[in-house]
Design a protein around this ligand. Sequence first.
Ligand SMILES: [Zn+2]
Length: 393
Amino acid sequence: MMSARTTGFIRRSISLALLATLVEVTGCIADDELDGPLGEAQESIAAVTPSLWGCTSVDATVFTHVFAGRAVSCGVGVYCAVGSGQQIGTVLTIGDVRVSQTNPGYYVAGSCLGPTSFQWPLAGANGSAWVINNYVDLDTDPGDLRDYAGGQKTYDGHQGEDICIASFRTMDKGIPVLAAASGTVIETHDGEFDRNTSCTGNANYVKVRHANGSEAWYWHMRNGSVAVSTGAHVNAGTKLGEVGSSGCSTDPHLHFEVHEYNGTLLDPFRDNMFASPPAYSASVHLLDVAMMLGHVSDAAAKSPGMNANLLNIGAQFSTVMYTGNGLAGQTLAVQIMGPNGKQWNRSADITLTGTERQRRFRWWWTLGNTRGDYVVRFLVNGSVAKTLTFTAG
Ligand SMILES: [Zn+2]
C-alpha cells in the first residue's frame, strides 16, 4: 500500500514537472484532461527548417514533443501552430485543436512569433521619423477611450496603431512600410487616391498572415506603392509598400492592426508583441519644420511643398512646426533673426500639456521693409532645434 502510494506520487510529480516545463517553454497549455487515447509519442523533428514556419528563430526543444489525441489550446497573445505528419511547413489547424492518433501532429510554439517578436513597421526613430498618434481603444463602451497605458491616446473604437509622418511632403519622399514579422501575403489592394484628409474612399493595403495564424494589416498606403502580391512570402523587414493617406484617413500614416488566428483583435502594445516598443510618453520632437508664403491654414500646412526662401518685403508668411509627443511643461517657440544678426521677432512660448501626439503648430508673420537674409530658429525648450533661412528683397 505504501509502495503503491509512493509510486503514484512519484508519477504524478513527474507528470506535473513535465507539464510545468512545457508551459514555461511554450507559453501554451497541453490539455490532457480531454478524453480519447493520448498515445503520446516522442519524436525528434529538430530538423524542421525554421523558415518554413516563418519563424525567426527556433528553440529546438520546442520541437521534441509530439502529441497525438491531445488538445492544444492557445490564448490571446500566445502563439501556437500545429502541423501534421510529414507535411512539415503546412499549418493545418491553428489555436484550439485536437491532434488525432491517426493524424499525429507536432506542436510548435513560443519561439515562433512569440511575444516581443515584431519589429517596428517603419524605419527611423520615435519622434523624428514618425509618431504614434492613436493606439488601440481598449474601452468597448461607446464614447469612452482607454489606450493600453490607461491614457486616451486613441479615438473611439480604434482597432490599431496609427503611426504618423510629418506631412504629405514627407509622404512624397516614399516612406517604406516594412513587414513587422514574416508570413504570407493573403490580400492586397492598390490604385486608390492617397491624399485624403477625411474619411472617404477605399484604402490601399496589405494583409500578412503569420505562421501562427495571426494577421497583420497595413492600411492607407500610397497609391501605386504596394510592393508585394498575394501568396508571396515576406520576411520581417520586407518592404510592403509606402505610407499614404488612402481611404478613411486625415493625414499620411500607417494604420497597423493585428488579429489573432480566430479574428480576435490584438493590441501589440498590451500584448507585448514588439521587440522594442516605442515609449508611451516621450519628450517632444520635431518631425519637420516648414516655411510657407501667406497666412496658411492647417489644411495647407499638411502639404507644405518646398520651403519658401525668397520673400518680398512686407510679405505675409507662415512658419510651421510638425511635432511628435511632448511632456508637460515643455515649450515650443519661433525666433526670427534679422539681417543685422539681432532678433527681428519672436513668438510667445507654447507650453505642452504632456498629452500631445502628432501636432502642427503655425505662426503667422508680416515682414517689414528691411531687406536681407533672415534666420528662422525653431526653439524646443528654449534651444534651437532646427533653422531655416530666407531672403527678403
Ligand atoms: Zn488607425
